[in-house]
Design a protein around this ligand. Structure first.
Ligand code: BES
Ligand code: MN
Ligand code: ZN
Length: 481
């Protein structure tokens, strides 16, 4: 279903192939005639052209003269973006497979290119009954580079599958993907990957007194779910788990503080954090990383009916603290707070939550990065930032000063669920922090979780942001223990 990346020792000449070179003299003289090479050289030198295609009638040969970048991470990202443009070229030529000669690249450069190609080749076609001729034809990539190990290719295939599955979850509308269905999908992913999974239904959530999740769910006819994915291999290097928590609001109408104008558009993506958590656990378990990791996903839609929670309601949360609801559209923090408090029972080494939490975060930096805040987390945030650079899922750290907390004071409860006009992403983070007693990082992915127009290999619609970030982070944590 997803693009299959295959390690190739040799790519037959009859297969359409791209030759990635870093300089003109690396162009293969067995494949490209001296006239062709002279042409390429002239076009490159005089017109700065770097992309060439040659119609061999039975197949195509492509040349790309790759431009290095001083910053290695930026170079990897440019390779992913470049590869995405080749997804367009290959599909335009109706190819079902393409060879990639990447012998002149390092292993990680080759992998970045293949990654960009596989991710860029994704389409969400489930609901298309017409225009099938526009579906992508590319199914497999033959990747040639002696430096590549089979394990690296397997890992990349798993990681792209995880990312694209997360995208699909985001792209699914709520009339298919309600909270019970989200739980089912996560369960299937976890089982496929060999991880343990448990789903709490409404009665269990009631018994646990998860007041935040239940309050948001009051306006819904679908029950809430709380999904726990556990990857605890025998050879885990850590005793205390690293926990990822994902916001699973399968649709956010705002509730009684209903979203007006077009602000409700795309609110099916409000479970982007849940998708990232499900995807990263899938990839971690598939790769059998020797790391104890848990994923927690509280899920519900945020709707309004005659029983919906209202402003002024005081909610007793899972940990016993009380919250005065001042805005029903600040629902993400209500459900996440319960999950964060629940995480305590595992005595985690670190908890990271991912959430499409605030429009403020999206307005501040847009789709270009993730807004991050953290406390008590020693080196973890800098490790995570490094993974952000490595994967192109970059982090920007916002202040997390205690002064922001003043905005959450309530006259009648322990806190309100609404900050003031300033620093909306931060006050949301500060609200969540109140429910944590462990090293903690909050990631607001409201900007990058879904893009309305095609954005290079991230595609259009759900991007699956967070999956590759968390996987890279998990991988690097192994060596730190
Ligand atoms: N899900 C939204 C945040 C959001 C906005 C995500 C735009 C993606 C794109 C969240 O639940 C929300 O409604 N936040 C409010 C908070 C406010 C009421 C304090 C917001 O950002 O306006
Ligand atoms: Mn909301
Ligand atoms: Zn929301």
């Amino acid at each position: 279903m997803y693009t299959n990346i295959i390690k190739a020792k040799k790519i037959d000449q009859g297969i359409s192939s791209l030759y990635l070179v870093k300089s003109i003299d690396q162009i293969d003289s067995d494949i490209f005639s001296s006239d062709e090479r002279t042409f390429i050289e002239n076009e490159f030198k005089t017109n700065k052209k770097t992309t060439f295609s040659f119609n061999r009638f039975t197949h195509w040969d492509y040349i790309e003269i790759v431009k290095s970048k001083e910053n290695h991470f930026h170079f990897l990202e440019s390779l992913r973006v470049l590869a995405d443009s080749y997804a367009g070229i290959f599909n335009g030529a109706k190819l079902s497979s393409a060879g990639i000669h990447s012998e002149f690249l390092s292993a990680d450069e080759s992998l970045a290119f293949a990654e960009g190609l596989a991710l860029g080749n994704y389409q969400f076609n489930k609901y298309k009954t017409t225009e099938k001729e526009k579906f992508n034809t590319l199914q497999s990539i033959l990747l040639k580079n002696e430096l590549l190990k089979n394990a690296q290719i397997d890992e990349l295939n798993n990681l792209t599958e995880a990312t694209l599955t997360a995208r699909t979850l985001v792209n699914e509308p709520v009339n298919y993907l309600n909270a019970p269905q989200l739980a089912k999908e996560i369960e299937m992913m976890a089982k496929d990957a060999g991880a343990k999974v448990e789903v709490f239904g409404k009665s269990k959530i009631e018994a646990l007194k998860m007041g935040g999740l239940l309050a948001v769910n009051k306006g819904s006819i679908d029950p809430p779910t709380f999904t726990i994915v556990q990857w605890k291999p025998e050879n885990a290097v850590n005793q205390k788990p690293i926990i990822f928590v994902g916001k699973g609001v399968v649709y956010d109408t705002g509730g009684l503080n209903i979203k007006t104008g077009d602000f409700m558009n795309n609110m099916k993506s409000d479970m982007g954090g849940a998708a990232a958590v499900a995807g990263s656990l899938f990839a971690i378990a598939k790769a059998k990383l020797p790391l104890y990791v848990i994923g927690l996903v509280p899920a519900t839609d945020n709707r309004l009916n005659n029983n919906a929670y209202v402003t002024g309601d005081v909610i007793k949360m899972f940990n016993g603290m009380t919250v005065e609801v001042l805005n029903t559209d600040a629902e993400g923090r209500m459900i996440l707070a319960d999950a964060l408090a629940y995480a305590q029972k595992y005595e985690p080494e670190l908890v990271i939550d991912l959430a499409t939490l605030t429009g403020a975060a999206a307005r501040a930096i847009g789709k270009y990065g993730i807004v991050a805040m953290g406390s008590k987390n020693e080196d973890f945030l800098s490790d995570l930032k490094m993974s952000g650079e490595q994967t192109g899922e970059r982090l920007v750290e916002f202040p997390f000063w205690e002064e922001y907390e003043e905005q959450l004071k309530s006259d009648i409860a322990d806190m309100t669920n609404l900050g003031g006009a300033e620093g909306g992403a931060i006050t949301a983070g500060k609200f969540l922090e109140k429910f944590t007693k462990y090293p903690y990082i909050h990631l607001d992915i409201a900007g990058p979780a879904l893009v309305e127009k095609r954005f290079n290999y991230r595609g259009v619609g759900g991007t699956g942001v967070g999956v590759r970030l968390l996987f890279d982070f998990a991988k690097k944590q192994i060596a730190k223990h």
